[in-house]
Design a protein around this ligand. Structure first.
Ligand code: SF4
Length: 134
């Protein structure tokens, strides 16, 4: 079976194989699993920012993309593997590349934000806010 779906950007998305063949029930179940996983990721991000020393990267769209990527990895691979690193490589490193990954402290200290641009230092967030006001 083969479907072509239009996307907002005008590109088409092909769905072939398992996803196209799944029953409505299976599709609904998959949707529920993803919603649950998305809720877990959002909760984790919210708590990490509320209780930790970092803020959110100051671009809501970028943050949302990373959250969606973490959710995809949680659903497909069972853990919140970093969405900006190759998952198969991350799997060989135990928990090091599960969000919040081991390198994020050093990355934030160096460039102001983690490599995925999900978390950022409070200073970086404040500086970006100042730039926007000018
Ligand atoms: S780079 Fe950022 S989003 Fe990616 S795993 Fe590390 S802390 Fe999480």
């Amino acid at each position: 079976m083969y479907f072509e779906l239009g996307t907002p950007g005008g590109a088409t998305l092909e769905i072939v194989g398992d996803e196209a063949d799944e029953t409505d029930e299976a599709s609904e179940e998959r949707g529920k699993r993803r919603e649950k996983a998305l809720g877990r990721v959002r909760k984790f991000v919210e708590t990490y920012v509320a209780k930790g020393k970092y803020g959110l990267y100051p671009e809501a769209e970028v943050v949302e993309n990373v959250i969606q990527g973490l959710t995809d990895n949680l659903v497909e691979h069972g853990r919140m593997y970093c969405p900006c690193a190759p998952v198969e490589e991350s799997k060989t490193k135990g928990s090091a590349m599960v969000c919040p990954c081991v390198p994020h402290h050093a990355d934030i200290a160096r460039q102001g934000y983690c490599d995925c641009a999900l978390f950022a230092s409070r200073d970086f967030v404040a500086q970006e806010a100042l730039k926007k006001r000018r």
